[in-house]
Each structure stands twice: as structure tokens, then as C-alpha cells.
Design a protein around this ligand. Structure first.
Ligand code: TYD
Length: 201
């Protein structure tokens, strides 16, 4: 892969969207070609799957939910992520399979090894150069959400605590290929740390 590949992930309300945009602006200013992608979504099929997954009226058993996230991911990886990286463009991805490990594995209690196995099928084993986890206490994160809560956000606090622990566990497994950031700090401070790590790489 010729392009650089960074993932920003973490619990709801951690400010990923803001940080992805800030990092994109920084890299573009320095003359780098950058594409931002998000999960679930990015492709036509992925956006339709996203609507289904986030609709509070959708009834899904945990395995079905996990497979839908993976289906959206497989389509995005093949149609957009891989070709973009192969063309030498940097990709900033808003969520990746670490979300499935956290939300459907740790959060819903699905077997983490099978989540990993299906993730490998969906991604073809394509891993980022670095993972940034924007870590935030779920109480703080959920209180930042404006408007109606979607199907996932509407789950109880206990669920979101397991999700957060899941992200921390996944980041730990990656060692120096992941950075956990305290997303309750001002956005500008968080951006500065992300830039520092990206520059170092
Ligand atoms: P996101 O785009 O971050 O939500 P928002 O538009 O509100 O910022 O992600 C949508 C939701 O899907 C979010 O609550 C996390 C959840 N999710 C999973 O449960 N599993 C996954 O594999 C992914 C990628 C997201």
C-alpha cells in the first residue's frame, strides 16, 4: 500500500468528526492528498445499511447487527479504501473494525475471536498505520449528542461503559500502533497530539 492510513475511533461523543476534519486540513495544507471515509457508510450500499442499523425501529439480533456492520465495511474496503491507498492517497477513516470489536463484541457480548475472524474477512487483513482512540467517559460523550439518539446511542449507560472498555482493550493490544487520547480535553489540544504522532510517523 502506497498511501498512509489512519483510523480515528472510540465511543460516541468523542469528537471523531471534528478531529478527522482537523487532521485532513492540516495534511492538505502540507500538500498531502487526503481522502476521508466513514463507517458505516461511504458507499451506496453502506449508507443504506447505515440507515437500517441506526434506525431505532430496526429489530436485529446481535449476530445480524455485527454482520451488517461487516457487510458495509467489506464494500467500503474493496470499493474505496484499498484503491485509494493503492493510488498513493492518504486515508483518514472515521471508525473501523475496532468499533465492531467494542460495540458488538465487548458491548453485546459476542465472541471476540469470531468478531475478529469476520473482521479479517471483511477487511482482507488491511490494517491502519496507526489507530487513534478518542476516549471519553460515556456519560460525558452521550451528553454531547444533540438531537434524537439513534439505535446504538439509545442503549443504556452500562452498555456504553463496556464499549469504552472494549476500545481501551483493543488499543492496548496494538501497543505502539495505537494512541489513546483523552477526548474530554479541548479539541485543539487533542488535534495537536494527533498531528505530533502523524508527523513522527
Ligand atoms: P457514527 O458514524 O460514529 O455515528 P454519528 O453519526 O452519530 O457520529 O457511528 C454510528 C454508530 O454505529 C455509532 O453509535 C457506533 C456504531 N457502530 C457499531 O456499533 N459497530 C461498528 O462496527 C461501527 C463501525 C459503528
Amino acid at each position: 500500500m502506497k498511501g498512509r492510513f489512519f483510523v480515528l475511533d472510540g465511543p460516541d461523543g468523542g469528537g471523531k468528526t471534528t478531529q478527522v476534519a482537523a487532521l485532513r486540513d492540516y495534511l492538505v495544507e502540507r500538500g498531502e492528498q487526503v481522502k476521508t471515509l466513514r463507517e458505516p457508510g461511504a458507499t451506496t450500499a453502506g449508507e443504506a445499511i447505515r440507515d437500517l442499523l441506526l434506525d431505532p425501529n430496526t429489530d436485529l439480533i446481535p449476530v445480524a447487527e455485527m454482520l451488517l456492520y461487516q457487510a458495509a465495511r467489506a464494500q467500503m474496503v474493496d470499493a474505496l479504501l484499498r484503491p485509494t491507498l493503492e493510488s498513493g492517497v492518504t486515508v483518514l477513516l472515521d471508525r473501523y473494525w475496532y468499533s465492531t470489536a467494542a460495540y458488538q463484541g465487548h458491548g453485546l457480548g459476542l465472541d471476540i475471536d469470531s468478531v475478529r475472524a469476520v473482521s479479517r474477512t471483511a477487511t482482507g487483513g488491511l490494517e491502519p498505520d496507526h489507530l487513534f482512540v478518542l476516549d471519553v467517559d460515556p456519560e460525558v460523550g452521550l451528553s454531547r449528542i444533540r438531537g434524537e439518539r439513534d439505535r446504538i446511542e439509545g442503549r443504556p449507560l452500562e452498555y456504553h461503559r463496556r464499549v469504552r472498555d472494549g476500545f481501551l482493550a483493543e488499543a492496548q493490544l496494538l501497543g505502539d500502533r495505537a494512541t489513546v487520547l483523552d477526548a474530554s480535553r479541548p479539541a485543539a489540544e487533542v488535534s495537536a497530539i494527533i498531528r505530533e504522532v502523524v508527523d513522527r510517523l
